[in-house]
Design a binder for this molecule. Structure first.
Ligand code: DON
Length: 303
């Protein structure tokens, strides 16, 4: 497989549409991102690496972190997380409040903001340090000890985080948080504000392509749990555009409003594409176009 050639063509397809996206400005610290930036990295289970564009430029991982919080909660014995969060696509925006009221404080899935707050809460209960657990894992798997939370981004989110605060308080009112709202929000903002590059995230996600096995050997998740996390990524990882993402890309994927998208080719490898311009659902226009071009040209989807 000519991965390098495929990535090059995918980047061309992504860059062609990057001007159609808008950077996230509801978090002021992200508003200055360069909409023309683009990077794409591919790591195989055999240890091959390929990259195009700004493959080592750090960006705010935002909701891509949610796949790691879920995996780490399950890895720490947090099966009880499934009592507090569902596994169905929401069909609503990632920060929606309405569904939560109808469903009595049980978020639809672990990747919408409400669900991620519940998962962060359980990871905090299991480890005593949810954001630190995510950061340590990302550092270990990526081999990059310099990964860190960008404090200015976390502070900007906290300052403008009225919707997340409302979600967390509403969930707490239904008795579905174990920890104090303020602590849950702090850890949630801290893991969303981690900065990492396409190379870092592609490496860190490799356990999802290796049926739960970590990069250096050793198991993070059981084979079943790795299957389950991939399944929830496919059905819920790109919010109310998950159907469109499955149709176009055909891989489990998780997006973030920093413009990153991590996609998994089970048994084969991971791809992370990044470009900050977002579509109305909050997913990177150019990253998704590039992943679409990659799987269409290579045939490497799960279907
Ligand atoms: O809570 C928020 O709104 C952000 N920290 C994360 C949202 C996000 O990345 C949605 N993804 N596309």
């Amino acid at each position: 497989m000519d991965y390098q050639g495929l990535l090059h063509d995918a980047m061309t397809a992504g860059r062609a549409v990057s001007g159609r996206g808008r950077v996230a400005d509801y978090i002021p610290a992200l508003a200055g991102a360069d909409p023309a930036a683009f990077g794409m990295a591919l790591v195989t289970v055999d240890g091959e690496f390929h990259g195009v564009g700004e493959v080592d430029r750090p960006f705010s991982v935002q909701s891509v972190s949610k796949v790691f919080t879920l995996a780490l909660a399950l890895a720490h014995g947090g099966d009880h997380v499934w009592r507090g969060v569902g596994r169905e696509p929401s069909g609503n925006p990632f920060n929606s409040l309405v569904q939560l009221e109808n469903e009595r404080g049980i978020p639809r899935n672990p990747f919408i903001n409400a669900g991620a707050l519940v998962v962060t809460d359980r990871l905090l209960g299991l480890t005593g340090d949810a954001a630190g657990t995510v950061l340590d894992f990302l550092r270990a798997e990526s081999g990059n000890p310099f990964l860190a939370t960008e404090p200015a981004t976390a502070a900007s989110e906290a300052e403008h985080g009225h919707r997340n605060a409302a979600l967390a308080h509403f969930i707490a009112s239904h008795g579905n948080l174990e920890n104090e709202v303020e602590a849950v929000l702090e850890h949630y903002y801290a893991h969303c504000a981690i900065e990492a590059s396409c190379r870092d995230l592609a490496r860190a996600g490799l356990f999802l392509a290796q049926h739960g096995m970590r990069a250096g050997g050793g198991r993070l998740l059981s084979r079943s749990d790795a299957k389950r996390v991939n399944a929830v990524m496919l059905t819920c990882g790109t919010y109310d555009a998950a159907g469109e993402f499955a149709y176009r890309v055909g891989l489990p994927g998780k997006s973030g409003v920093g413009g990153g998208v991590l996609a998994v080719m089970p048994g084969r490898g991971t791809i992370c594409a990044w470009s900050p311009g977002l579509d109305p659902a909050g997913n990177s226009v150019a990253a998704i176009a590039a992943l679409d071009a990659f799987t269409t040209a290579s045939g490497l989807s799960v279907f």
